[in-house]
Design a protein around this ligand. Structure first.
Ligand code: NAD
Length: 503
């Protein structure tokens, strides 16, 4: 079993040891498909625990920064290999604590595998610049330096992939880490860290403090020993994290909410677009930052699309993610379920047409978990709250439009800017959409979800603050430039003042 090396009553991992939270309090991790099933007990940490973890990470940084990057990378390679071997057990653990079907949790683990191998490869690159100097007998270059201790705060919807997006680039660059996982899904982060430990990560290089956002997350954000913070979660929490970093000019990477759109043009392959909208809207029960919670459809094909889409969605098999037949699992917790139910009421009150779904799913034993029916609202207008606000659940708003320009206007008229997609066979429209959609990610003839780890991931407007996860863009956040000039002329040479002798 993936968890065999970690006890059921879990502790914090600080300075290479599993230790109790100083306050002795704990939090439960329960299966959202069956609330009676307790996955584990995890510490409820406070400022004292964060202090211990940051002290350990600071001490470890002194040595870790000097370990050659290719050697740091070898640990990542070993970890990636163990992830491959344990993929199935890790996926099962994740489905139990998070609810999404096994096919999806296997994908989540695979993303961690991909990221770990990719960042291990960066250990032999971490490229800087070498440029000619304007003066003779002088050498000019730039190198990447680690930042120090990086504090990481992660959400529950990708409980292994997202910690890997943050930890692997940070580690290969030579930083040390204190990570606070989401309280709903700590086990998957524990499993990932356990594998890094087995791969030979020295004590103190990665530390986990589990606990609630305000009690554990905020002390980490504001700790003077933390050099930078990487956060993924809601825009609301992102504001707080941003403020916590601002007073000390702490670099802060924020990945936040989305209100993503699929645009279906009248020339689209409708069958493909329907498949994309089902997967984009209801994959992970709509609990993805990139979920296609809006589908805008050209009026000429609106009726046909709606009928086909509704047929597919009504047939979705909702259930426990461990059942191979299941296509959509539960929501993560009661709060999330209540939020979805609240938005269904808002949609109805706004005058949108409820096509299917709209209730908590309780029949056939589903009342044991936090299930909601896959739900479609039709005839949604762009300014309705269900078309503007992130619901983070299995609710899709269908919006009719009459022209390509109108579709782009609808797409861009939201506070968020993570992902957008267009289904069309018209190359001119596809290129215009790629240019004009105000999102960090654009797909053509594919849904809004499905990013690959070798390219930047992140969004504009209220989704992000200019940084990106993944690809070499991640390296840019987890390292700082140092510029080096080496003068071997044996005389004072003044840049911009002295000129090279051309004779
Ligand atoms: P959340 O903001 O409630 O929690 C995220 C993390 O922040 C958790 O670890 C939580 O404990 C912590 N936290 C909460 N309050 C805090 C505080 N006051 N100080 C410090 N930390 C605090 O988000 P969530 O419900 O876990 O995740 C869902 C949200 O995450 C959605 O909005 C989704 O769009 C977003 N998300 C974004 C991306 C992305 O890459 N853009 C990816 C996944 C999820």
């Amino acid at each position: 079993m993936a968890t065999s090396a970690v006890p059921k009553v879990h502790k914090n991992y600080i300075n290479g040891e599993w230790v109790e939270a100083r306050g002795g309090r704990a939090l439960e991790d329960r299966n959202p498909a069956n609330r009676a099933e307790l996955i584990g007990i995890f510490p409820a940490s406070t400022q004292d625990d964060v202090n211990d973890a940051v002290d350990a990470a600071k001490a470890a940084f002194r040595k870790w920064r000097l370990v050659p990057a290719p050697k740091r990378a070898e640990i990542l390679y070993r970890a990636a290999e163990t992830l491959v071997k344990r993929k199935e057990d890790l996926a099962r653990d994740m489905t139990r604590e998070m609810g999404k079907p096994l096919s999806e949790t296997r994908g989540d683990v695979q993303e961690a595998i991909d990221m770990t191998y990719y960042m291990a490869g960066e250990g032999r690159r971490l490229s800087g610049q070498t440029v000619p100097s304007e003066l003779p007998n002088k050498f000019a270059m730039s190198v990447r330096e680690p930042l120090g201790v990086v504090g990481m705060i992660t959400p529950w919807n990708f409980p292994m992939a997202i910690p890997s997006w943050k930890m692997m680039p940070a580690l290969v660059c030579g930083n040390t880490v204190v990570i606070k996982p989401a309280t709903d899904t700590p086990l998957s982060t524990y499993n990932l860290v356990q594998i890094l430990i087995e791969a030979g990560l020295p004590a103190g290089v990665v530390n986990i403090v589990n606990g609630r956002g305000p009690d554990t997350g905020m002390p980490l954000v504001t700790h003077a020993g933390v050099a930078a913070v990487s956060f993924t979660g809601s825009t609301e929490t992102g504001h707080l994290v941003n403020q916590g970093c601002a007073t000390s000019f702490k670099p802060c990477h924020l990945e936040m909410g989305g209100k993503n759109i699929i645009i279906v043009m009248d020339d689209a392959n409708l069958e493909l677009a329907v498949e994309g909208a089902v997967w984009g809207g209801f994959g992970t029960s709509g609990q993805r930052c990139t979920a296609a919670s809006r589908v805008a459809v050209h009026k000429k094909v609106y009726k046909e699309f709606l009928d086909r889409f509704a047929d597919r969605v009504k047939a979705l098999k909702v259930g426990d993610g461990l059942d191979p037949e299941t296509e959509m699992g539960p929501l993560i917790n009661q709060t999330q379920l209540e939020t979805v139910m609240k938005y269904v009421e808002i949609g109805k009150a706004e005058g949108a047409k409820l096509v299917t779904g709209g209730h908590r799913a309780e029949s056939g034993g589903l009342a044991r978990g936090w299930y909601h029916e896959p739900t479609i609202f039709a005839d949604v207008t762009p300014k309705m709250r269900i078309a503007q606000e992130e619901i983070f659940g299995p609710v899709v708003a269908l919006i009719p439009f009459a022209s390509f320009d109108e579709a782009l206007e609808i797409a861009d008229d939201v506070a968020y800017g993570l992902s957008a997609s267009i289904y069309t066979r018209n190359v001119n429209q596809a290129y215009r959409a790629m240019r004009d959609l105000e999102t960090g990610i654009v797909y053509v003839n594919a849904p809004t979800i499905g990013a690959e780890i070798q390219l930047p991931f992140g969004g504009t407007k209220s989704t992000g603050n200019g940084h990106r996860e993944a690809g070499t863009a991640a390296i840019d956040f987890y390292s700082e430039w140092k510029t080096l000039y080496i003068d071997y002329s044996d005389r004072l040479q003044r840049a911009q003042i002295d000129t090279a002798d051309l004779s």
